[in-house]
Write a protein that binds this ligand. Structure first.
Ligand code: IFM
Length: 752
């Protein structure tokens, strides 16, 4: 496995993209992959999880902290940097094995002398408050240099300033800032401690600016380590006291020891992933990179947040948590790191109140979860989410009001977590209430058509966001049906296994009257069936829309950035869709549909899918792999897996930055490799392994958890070896192709 992802040479055009590509993070904060000399113009940012703010001028977004790693080198009072000087050599990279960003740059001074800057930095996993850097400058010839390092208060924000006050602090060796947010007066402190590790210089301190005046001899290196700590009042009683202590402890420990702890922590994470592919280094690295990115934004320390749609790589999408969490990110965590999956689902449980409020706001009962959920479960999604490029006017969009499938996705997520981990404790800790209230919401939303004796879901937006306010979107209807079924199963489980709890929730939620109605909804909801050609209509009337190629649609575009979806976009009255919708349904509810239907729908919908969302290609790959269309699957896997490596996405929509990392695609990548090609599926009474490997994958191996079983599956074209660990003698039920087999603790082999 090639652990280093590296770019040689400097390209001004790629500054923003590399900022995302080389980002580091630990779930508490993310730090963009920018160079130390960068400022807000180059989108340097340290994005915090959990704290959001509204500066009263648009939308709430997460906090970007003052940049604690800002470091600049000066020669003859002029900056010496990639932005200002002649670059002789430059390398920027990410060492996945330690979650560490590095750079090495050789610059030439105006009088032809060489200076080499090297730096390494990482967001510590061992102490999630810490950002650690080592920085060195080597002079090839004798010269006087000045290095300034400090905390940059010029903060890059998408939607305005978020601090009411920033107070300078300095005590002992630690200097820093205590910031208060505008909206909620949340206190966040950032501290820095700098330690010279090589060479000598005159040091001056001015507030948070630390200056080294150096007189270097030929070949001499000056180096320092910098420990930056961040603490907020939601997790530190006295944030400033805490960051002082974190900086001092880190400095006592030293960079090298912290780095070896960091490598050990990442190794543990990769061990729980346990993935290897023989015969495809490129795919392997891209899959590891996806895992790295997703894990870097994961809340390991709290169940009060989830993973934002752009991870912690910035403030895009208001730092909000979408259905991306349940449908795209959850599976990887549930199988590889169940404790994180539980955190993600408990975030929804804690925010049931917000979902009640939203349902009431729209006149419904039960839990209508936010489309763009923020820290207390409030919906960050605005009614006017887009701007018309032609008129400059805000456009009324219905993501917030009509993507009702979000509540079904949440119920599905909790149930998936339970199915994979067998940890039913979440149901007793509020998970059952969430599921029941989601079903209640749909019971109040669904419309009973007497003449057809069925429930319909009218005026919704499905996964495909180009077609808003449609009737009976297939994905939505099936997911609502599933929510009703899950509710019945959960209540059945509680009634049998935890009768007291059953009684309690039934009373607390006043559910006696609801229950028969949920049952009826499960039986009578309209589920659109494949037509004579085997195709499931995406929504009622979809087939009547203009059927044209994507090229033809593109030829009608007037402005490169014009929006193709509702209300007036070019795709609205056509069959061109933004992202996987029916194909997502067939992937998630795979057992409900025949192979023939899956294949026909894939072939029908793919040419009509623009893949305008990063949530799309992985799902096409997943379904293709599940049905053994390995060539289709492989090319779509590579698109999803390499998205953040190649930066094949838009950085800007007009003046608005929309770049960053893509956690949903990262999670989707894992799903394709393990659930698609490896054919893994956890079911109620065991696991399914139904591999379809690309021809050049000589062997695929991966680790997963199913209940109390920890398994390592290793498969090739001939068979599957399954190494099982568990504290039980009960064999694990394994379905391989059509055979139902059992696996005991130890080594098992199943021929294919
Ligand atoms: O949740 C997605 C949505 O499906 C498509 N637009 C982007 C959102 C955030 O990733």
């Amino acid at each position: 496995m090639q652990w280093r992802i590296e770019e040689k040479g400097f390209n001004q055009e790629k500054i923003e993209f590399f900022g995302s590509k080389f980002s580091v993070g630990n779930g508490y904060f993310g730090y963009r992959g920018t160079l130390q000399e960068y400022g807000k113009e180059q989108l340097a940012a340290c994005t915090l999880s959990e704290i959001f703010d509204d500066n009263g001028n648009g939308w709430r977004e997460p906090i970007n902290m003052p940049n604690g790693l800002l470091t600049k080198v000066y020669y003859r009072n002029k900056p010496l940097s990639v932005l200002d000087s002649k670059i002789l050599e430059h390398t920027q990279g990410l060492d996945l094995s330690a979650g560490k960003q590095y750079r090495q740059t050789t610059l030439e001074t105006e009088d032809g002398k060489k200076v080499t800057i090297e730096a390494n930095q990482f967001a510590s996993i061992d102490n999630i408050h810490l950002l650690v850097m080592e920085y060195s400058v080597k002079a090839e010839a004798a010269m006087e240099l000045t290095i300034q390092t400090g905390i940059d208060e010029e903060i890059w924000n998408i939607n305005g300033n978020h601090f009411a006050s920033i107070e300078q602090k300095a005590e002992g060796a630690v200097s820093g800032l205590v910031c208060k947010t505008l909206q909620d007066s949340k206190e966040i402190a950032i501290g820095q401690l700098v330690k010279i590790t090589k060479g000598n210089g005159t040091v001056t301190n001015d507030d948070t600016d630390i200056t080294f005046a150096l007189s270097l001899q030929p070949g001499e290196t000056f180096a320092f380590e910098k420990y930056v700590a961040i603490g907020k009042d939601t997790d530190c009683e006295n944030p400033w006291e805490s960051v002082m202590a974190f900086c001092s402890e880190a400095s006592d420990t030293g960079f090298e020891t912290l780095l070896s702890k960091q490598s050990a922590a990442w190794k543990k994470r990769y061990d729980s992933f346990g993935l290897s592919i023989e015969g495809d280094e490129e795919a392997l690295q891209a899959i590891y990179y996806s895992y790295y990115l997703l894990y870097s934004s994961a809340p390991t320390h709290t169940d009060k947040v989830a993973i934002p749609a752009r991870g912690l790589s910035g403030q895009v999408y208001k730092g909000a948590y979408f259905w991306d969490t349940e449908i795209y990110m959850l599976p990887m965590f549930a199988y590889c790191a169940p404790e994180i999956a539980k955190n993600l689902m408990m975030y929804r449980v804690h925010n049931l109140e917000g979902a009640y409020e939203k349902a009431q706001e729209y006149g419904y009962r039960g839990a209508f979860f936010p489309w763009e959920s923020q820290e207390k479960g409030q919906d960050g999604c605005t009614h006017y989410n887009l701007t018309d490029i032609f008129t400059g006017r805000k456009m009324r969009t219905y993501f917030r009001d009509k993507q009702v499938h979000i509540s079904a996705d949440v119920a599905y997520g909790i149930w998936k977590y339970v199915t994979i981990t067998k940890d039913k404790s979440i149901l007793l800790e509020g998970g059952a209430e969430v599921i029941m209230e989601c079903a209640r919401f749909f019971n109040s939303y669904a419309y009973f058509k007497k003449d057809k004796d069925r429930f319909e879901l009218l005026d919704v937006t499905g996964a495909d966001e180009y077609h808003e306010r449609v009737n009976n979107d297939a994905y939505t209807n099936y997911m609502v049906w599933l929510t009703a079924k899950i509710t019945l199963e959960v209540l059945d489980f509680l009634a049998k296994e935890h009768p007291d709890h059953y009684q309690k929730v039934m009373e607390k939620l006043d559910y006696e009257k609801e229950l028969p109605e949920v049952k009826e909804m499960a039986e009578k909801i309209y589920l659109s069936k494949p037509n004579q050609d085997g195709i499931i209509e995406q929504f009622s009337g979809y087939f009547k829309e203009e059927d044209l190629s994507i090229e033809e649609l593109y030829s009608r575009i007037i402005e490169p950035n014009e929006y193709l979806g509702s209300p007036v976009g070019l795709a609205v009255n056509t069959q061109i869709i933004k992202q996987a919708d029916v194909i997502l349904l067939l992937s998630l509810l795979s057992e409900e549909f025949s192979e023939d239907v899956k294949e026909k729908n894939w072939a029908y919908y793919e040419p009509r899918t623009e893949h305008g969302s990063s949530l799309s290609t992985c799902i096409y790959a997943l379904l293709a792999a599940k049905i053994g269309k390995v060539d289709w699957a492989y090319q779509f896997l590579m698109k999803a897996a390499k998205l953040d490596l190649l930066g094949n996405y838009k950085q800007y929509l007009g003046p608005l930055y929309i770049g960053g990392t893509h956690p949903a695609a990262n999670g989707g990548t894992w799903m394709v490799a393990v659930q698609g090609f490896g054919g893994l599926e956890a079911v109620e009474d065991g696991i399914v392994l139904n591999p379809h490997l690309p021809e050049h994958w000589k062997q695929l191996s991966f680790r997963f958890v199913y209940g109390e079983y920890i398994c390592q599956a290793c498969m090739d074209s001939k068979g599957i070896s399954l190494q099982v660990e568990a504290d039980t003698d009960a064999p694990l039920r394994v379905k391989v192709r059509d055979q139902v087999l059992t696996a005991k603790v130890g080594e098992n082999y199943f021929a294919l």
